[in-house]
Design a protein around this ligand. Structure first.
Ligand SMILES: CN(C)c1ccc(C(=O)NN)cc1
Length: 330
């Protein structure tokens, strides 16, 4: 089998939400597909009502195929310090006509305010490696790891777009979605993330600068967090750019012209258009804007999030002997 699901960006492409059918009859929730984590968790009927503000909830008592996983619990903290926790059910989960029976569905009993305030996000579907799953006492597999046995190929692809809907495909690499050849680099899955090496960068039309660094491909992170010397080099080319500690990173006048940013990955180069790096205004005046490229200081590796991923067609190839990431222009 193979399948394809449309994914729709929230305002400013802060995240992309994809419809997922859970249970029988199907309850459709819009989830944030996240290659930077490995829990499939949902807003649920087990939460206090004041922490559900606009989201769609999963109610296992209304699903004929739901089965409680007795004694299981989960608790997760994300890079932005947001958190959620709860209990576990097994139920049927369908994404883009690919169905997994008895998928671990983590029903939230509590979520932090960042989630409550995000009305269009009904939960997350983790697509990192299952070793990062937080269910205790026995980890659950990700939806992809359960689906892979029935997929034609052990791959999924991300075709995210700027201020426009894109697609996640499972079990197939759709040639009509990219241009030229796909360049593959090995992924180091021992970290549980889709971690890979970049070879260097260039700012605008400048010469390519060799500068090897490691990062993770993270569909669940909005911006691209890369080494601070490279970020400094980029914003040197943006008049009026400066670090604003109160905003937590580089800001610049929204009228500024932003150069393209090129990432060297394997045998290919991915060009992130300057307009993707003019991420969003910091306030309603629209005078000052926040950069889509920011420093990875304090993380320990770079986080190649949506600002970069939406500039490419990305293959997450989970071939057991050697996982790989494929990159193509589009
Ligand atoms: C608060 N929300 C919606 C988040 C969603 C995803 C993440 C994340 O770090 N994914 N890799 C953090 C927060």
């Amino acid at each position: 089998t193979s399948g394809s699901a449309k994914t729709t960006p929230e305002q400013y492409d802060i995240q992309y939400l994809t419809p997922v059918d859970i249970g029988s009859p199907p309850q459709t929730l819009n989830l944030d597909f996240d290659s930077g984590s490995s829990d499939l968790w949902v807003f649920s009927s087990k939460m206090p009502s004041n922490s559900v503000q606009g989201q769609t909830i999963y109610d296992p008592s209304k699903s004929k195929t739901a089965k409680e996983v007795k004694g299981a619990s989960w608790n997760i903290t994300y890079g932005d310090k947001s958190t959620s926790k709860g209990v576990v059910y097994r139920d049927t989960v369908t994404v883009g006509n690919v169905t997994v029976q008895a998928q671990g569905v983590e029903a939230a009993t509590q979520v932090s305010d960042q989630f409550t305030r995000d009305a269009s996000n009904d939960g997350l579907l983790g697509l990192a490696f299952s070793g990062l799953n937080t269910v205790q006492p026995q980890q659950e597999l990700t939806w992809f790891d359960n689906a892979v046995k029935s997929l034609d190929h052990p791959v999924w692809t991300a075709d995210l777009k700027y201020h426009k809907a894109g697609t996640y495909d499972f079990g197939v690499i759709n040639k009509s979605k990219y241009a030229g050849k796909i360049s593959y680099v090995n992924a180091n899955s021992t970290t549980g993330f889709w971690m890979f090496g970049m070879s260097g960068y260039s700012v605008g039309n400048s010469t390519f600068k060799p500068s090897p660094f490691q990062g993770i491909a993270d569909t669940g992170t909005t911006l691209a967090l890369i080494p601070s010397p490279i970020v400094q080099d980029y914003y040197k080319a943006v008049s009026g750019a400066k670090v604003d500690p109160f905003q937590g990173g580089y800001v610049f006048p929204c009228s500024a012209r932003l150069p393209n940013f090129v990432l060297g990955i394997g045998q290919t180069k991915i060009t992130i258009p300057g307009k993707y790096i003019n991420y969003a205004p910091i306030d309603k005046s629209g005078k000052t804007c926040f950069g889509g490229l920011q420093s990875d200081d304090g993380v320990g590796f770079s986080i190649i999030g949506d600002v970069a991923l939406k500039a490419a067609f990305v293959v997450f190839d989970a071939t057991p002997a050697q996982p790989r990431l494929g990159w193509a222009q589009k």
